[in-house]
Ligand binder design. Structure first.
Ligand SMILES: Cc1cc2nc3c(=O)[nH]c(=O)nc-3n(C[C@H](O)[C@H](O)[C@H](O)COP(=O)(O)OP(=O)(O)OC[C@H]3O[C@@H](n4cnc5c(N)ncnc54)[C@H](O)[C@@H]3O)c2cc1C
Length: 471
């Protein structure tokens, strides 16, 4: 393991990406006294929340040489969590009633999240650290001690360059590279196929028979959006949830997973029911990808597990020079980015020590062994979720929650860098929210909503200069 950069504990750090994770990483690194250059290939901050009506030419995004579109946001998207728990701790995601263009709903639309991130960047003067329209194409250690890192980049005019940094913090997001489920017969099925990454609006599905594979957040939202235009929408879902029916959309039907697709256009579900469909929409999630780190094998990705990584952040052999923000999913994202960024910044400055490389590797191996002993497939390595409510993990006992629970993880990271634990209201609001469903869950009243919102706003009042308003 290399040591933090130098005696004055100030490093020259490259951040890759200026989405929510890159923005807060840049802020935390500068707060800790580091010099930051953030590379962002888009023209704006916000990452995934920069809505792009364009889609990729290859609607399944299979072609590795395709021109990628970063965002996976569709026009009707509203947040799947209440805004209070979503925001950064010291820059709360509060309503802005003084500005009529803002969405003051508790589950706002995607434009409001984008504006929040722009406000954040402005408040902390982050844009001055960002090189826009500049894509990082290669990251590699300069020497075998991994003390310095060479970053190669290319700007929008095709001009390339390279610079040397003490450390690189990877914040490139992981909702751009589609993952597809294997469905027998799909290769010769004649209909149209599209991944949710390339879904924007329901209009092209007018009067069509559509199958949506997957019923996590995107699958349920997109199927309802399409149901406003399509003749029929059939969701193919895992058996533990397919009983749920929509009360609002009579043309929305839920089935178990697909057994086989046929050349004549027929699609047969596990329960024997069959439909002639025009389109299949894959809402089957995303894969981690770090093209600028290939093919050197600094980290490997096996069945969507990025490793080896100490606590999902530091590759033991390359720490602290290389780190990753935001890999865990099924967790409060912005809050986690903030905590992980504080940890990375304080490790780089030398204020906080990492264990030795061997000790970190031991921890990683023990973690993997624990997942294996609990029969948790590798692809769930970065899931931070509460086994008490996730059907996938329901066989786990409460005491085993430590392997994957988000609050345990957050509090561990917070403890490393001397930050307070997750606020009680935030944890509770998140845990209640992820269990809520139904067609109108975002606007329906819910138990404890007012109490938790009040508690949140009481907390927010501590933070200046953000203007805090609870209505
Ligand atoms: C459909 C959908 C809905 C979601 N809804 C919610 C929600 O309601 N609430 C919530 O909290 N979370 C939600 N999320 C999760 C969301 O991804 C996170 O909230 C968060 O915005 C991710 O931030 P990020 O910075 O990690 O990645 P991104 O926002 O993807 O940002 C990564 C940035 O890195 C840049 N980049 C990538 N590669 C390079 C490179 N080589 N060189 C330079 N720049 C590069 C990209 O251009 C991008 O700007 C949702 C995700 C999806 C897919």
């Amino acid at each position: 393991m290399t040591q933090p950069c130098n005696s004055v504990n100030s490093c020259n750090v490259a951040v890759i990406g200026a989405g929510a994770s890159g923005l807060v990483a840049a802020r935390e690194l500068r707060r800790e006294g580091h010099t930051v250059t953030a590379f962002e290939r888009q023209k704006l901050v916000g990452g995934l929340w920069v809505y792009n009506p364009r889609v990729e030419p290859d609607l399944l995004s299979l072609d590795p040489d395709r021109t990628t579109v970063h965002s996976s946001i569709y026009e009707a998207l509203r947040t799947n969590l209440p805004r209070e728990c979503m925001g950064f701790r010291d820059f709360p995601f509060v309503t802005r009633p003084e500005d009529e263009s803002r969405d003051s709903r508790q589950y706002p639309d995607h434009k409001e999240v984008m504006k929040y991130l722009q406000d954040f960047a402005k408040e902390f003067e982050i844009e001055e650290m960002i090189r826009f329209e500049t894509e990082v194409v290669r990251v590699e250690p300069v020497d075998e001690n991994n003390r310095k890192w060479r970053v190669r980049y290319k700007d929008s005019r095709g001009v390339s360059g390279e610079e040397i940094f003490d450390a690189v913090v990877v914040c490139n997001g992981h909702f751009t590279e589609p993952r597809l489920a294997h469905v027998p017969g799909l290769d010769s099925w004649p209909g149209k196929q599209i991944h949710s990454h390339n879904y924007r609006v329901p209009d092209p599905f007018k009067d069509q028979v559509v199958i949506v594979i997957g019923n996590q957040s995107s699958g349920t939202d997109i199927s309802k959006d399409i149901a406003t235009m399509a003749k029929e929408v059939h969701i193919a879902a895992k058996p533990d949830t397919y009983e749920n029916q929509s009360s609002l959309y009579s043309n929305l039907l839920i089935h178990p997973t697909i057994e086989r697709a046929y050349e004549n256009g027929l699609v047969v579900f596990q329960d024997g029911k069959a439909v002639h469909a025009d389109v299949i929409v894959h809402c089957t999630g995303y894969k981690y990808r770090f093209p600028f780190l290939e093919p050197n094998g600094y980290v490997t990705i096996e069945d969507n597990c990025v490793g080896p990584l100490y606590k999902h952040v530091f590759p033991p052999a390359l720490a602290p020079g290389l780190s990753f923000i935001g890999l865990p999913s099924m967790a409060l994202q912005f809050f986690m980015f903030e905590l992980q960024s504080k940890w990375v910044a304080s490790v780089l400055s030398g204020r906080v020590k990492l264990p030795s490389e061997d000790k970190m590797m031991e921890d990683v191996i023990a973690f993997y062994a624990k997942l294996e002993s609990l029969d948790i497939p590798k692809r769930y390595t970065h899931f931070l979720t509460d086994p008490l409510w996730t059907p996938m993990f329901e066989k786990l006992k409460p005491h085993e929650a430590v392997v994957i629970s988000q609050s345990e993880y957050f509090n561990w990271v917070a403890g490393q860098c001397g930050c307070p634990s997750i606020e009680h209201w935030r944890d509770e609001q998140y845990n209640i929210s992820v269990k809520r469903d139904g067609d109108t869950f975002r606007d329906d009243p819910w138990d404890d909503r007012d109490r938790l919102t009040k508690e949140a706003y009481r907390d927010f009042a501590k933070f200046k200069p953000t203007k805090v308003c609870s209505t």
